[in-house]
Design a protein around this ligand. Structure first.
Ligand SMILES: [Zn+2]
Length: 344
């Protein structure tokens, strides 16, 4: 049942005939996990909270000044705070009628199953392929639908994955890209509203799915090129030999496939993050690209080694893709920095 206040708060979408009172009641009963609270996750959760959807907000990172250009839930005083908490506070100010759970946790094989438990839907706001294969494994295993969404530069991509019904992430992308072959926002840059467009579309599609109206993005992958102001659609098909949604081999969840290893270098107060294969990076080229980011100071660059100051942390990148992050408080933080540099 909706209270008087809720009837008034949501009156404009209740009067919208496709949603109506029934749709609003469905939204009130629903819960969505927003996995990753960057540019995509911020925009998606803002509209979901406003529409009356209960949320679980998940992110391991802290707000940085360089996030504010696109991560619209945070303000200047949030810099240094955990993103999950800052996002919860920001959204509570917009809608106190919904339940918001903040989870400051890394999404990995040991936490993944709990983070998508008891939700109707997951919205992907992650920033790397490994996390998405893991999300796909856990959602297919538990039968939880999710939106895959990503943005970089002025481009974005989006699709809806309903386990057992649509193509899953592995059907669409059978093999992980080679680490280092994928650009990151740190290296390629990002136009602020690009992840916002993807996040808002994820919210639109989530509201339609939860309230039960409209058509959806099943087996359709949308590509946005905002530089050209173009939207393209690609039909995607289920692979009848898919290892994940047909054979139910959850190799990312069972840690059989891992893109990187982390070791603590105790004496140095540093962590080493190593890819499982030699990436044979062209460091001269890489150094040229990353030095365009004003948050990065290249201190030394050769064919074998690249020394950087990244968000105030000393980082050493080797040709093989091995990365050392010095004076960093935790393993999660080191992995976060390494994956934002290399795109693990
Ligand atoms: Zn599949």
């Amino acid at each position: 049942m909706l209270s008087e206040k809720e009837l008034s708060r949501y009156s404009r979408q209740i009067v919208f005939p496709f949603l109506g009172k029934k749709g609003q009641e469905r939204l009130k009963e629903s819960k969505v996990s927003v996995l990753g609270l960057g540019g995509v996750g911020c925009a998606a959760s803002l509209y979901l909270a406003a529409a009356g959807v209960n949320l679980r907000l998940i992110d391991r990172d802290l707000v940085e000044l360089n996030n504010l250009q696109r991560q619209i839930l945070y303000s200047e005083e949030d810099v240094g705070k955990p993103k999950a908490l800052a996002a919860k506070q920001s959204l509570e100010g917009k809608n106190s009628d919904i339940e918001i759970e903040a989870v400051i946790e890394d999404f990995n094989p040991s936490t993944a199953e709990n983070l998508v438990r008891d939700v109707d839907l997951v919205v992907d706001g992650t920033d790397n392929f490994e996390a998405r294969y893991l999300l796909n494994d856990v959602c297919v295993k538990q039968g939880v639908p999710f939106f895959y969404g990503a943005a970089i530069g002025a481009k974005g991509v989006l699709t809806f994955i309903s386990p057992g019904e649509t193509a899953c992430f592995t059907c669409i992308f059978p093999n992980p890209p080679k680490p280092g072959s994928i650009e990151t926002c740190e290296v390629a840059g990002v136009m602020g509203p690009s992840p916002g467009v993807v996040g808002v579309l994820e919210a639109v599609e989530s509201i339609k799915y939860l309230a039960g109206f409209g058509s959806n993005l099943k087996n359709r992958l949308i590509y946005l090129d905002l530089l050209e102001a173009s939207f393209d659609e690609i039909r995607v098909l289920r692979n009848k030999n898919c290892r994940t949604c047909v054979k139910r081999e959850f190799i990312f969840l069972e840690r059989r496939e891992k893109g990187k290893y982390v070791t603590s270098l105790c004496g140095l107060n540093a962590y080493q993050v190593s890819p499982t294969i030699n990436l044979k990076l062209n460091l001269a080229d890489f150094s040229k690209k990353i030095s365009r980011n004003p948050d990065v100071r290249v201190q030394e660059a050769s064919n074998e080694i690249l020394k950087l100051l990244f968000e105030g942390k000393e980082v050493v990148v080797f040709k093989s893709g091995r990365i050392i992050v010095k004076n960093v408080g935790s393993e999660e933080r080191a992995v976060s920095i390494a994956s934002r540099i290399i795109g693990f």
